[in-house]
Ligand binder design. Sequence first.
Ligand SMILES: Cc1cc2nc3c(=O)[nH]c(=O)nc-3n(C[C@H](O)[C@H](O)[C@H](O)COP(=O)(O)O)c2cc1C
Length: 153
Amino acid sequence: MTAEFFVVRGQVEKGDQRGRELGFPTANIALRDQDGQVGDGVWAGWAERADGTRIAAAVSVGRRPTYYGADGYRLVEAHLLDFAGDLYGEVLTVWLGHHLREQEAYPSSEALIAALNKDIANAAKWAVDHPAEDLPDAGDAGDGVVRRVSQLS
Ligand SMILES: Cc1cc2nc3c(=O)[nH]c(=O)nc-3n(C[C@H](O)[C@H](O)[C@H](O)COP(=O)(O)O)c2cc1C
């Protein structure tokens, strides 16, 4: 079987800090290819820190339509599961493994929070079945450029 992943590596930038207010801090990576190989959506995946530690993640690719309409710039936002810590400035590698849903413009922050809770539960389930040691090599995933990688298993 072949498993397809998207992978992107980039430096974690300061977001709007809204993620902390919502209770879901995210590591934001600017996408250099705004059109790119990967469309907007929400994914289950893994994030690898500079020290090689891998942490399961619920990942948003898009423009935060709840807050910015269609005008925002695209970014990758990874919420690392069961993680508390400062990632600003660190280079993070993010694998997108399983598409969970499309981006939505929610009517309220409360509605977004409810969706995020489901995303996190789904990402945790996916990660159990797709352990970090099975991830394909990220290769030379460039700064903010999403690449497709596959893994033969
Ligand atoms: C798993 C996940 C799913 C998300 N889904 C959406 C979405 O459907 N619509 C949306 O507007 N924003 C979505 N977001 C982005 C949030 O709006 C964003 O993380 C929040 O506004 C905090 O932004 P900040 O990090 O710049 O402070 C999602 C974020 C995550 C981590």
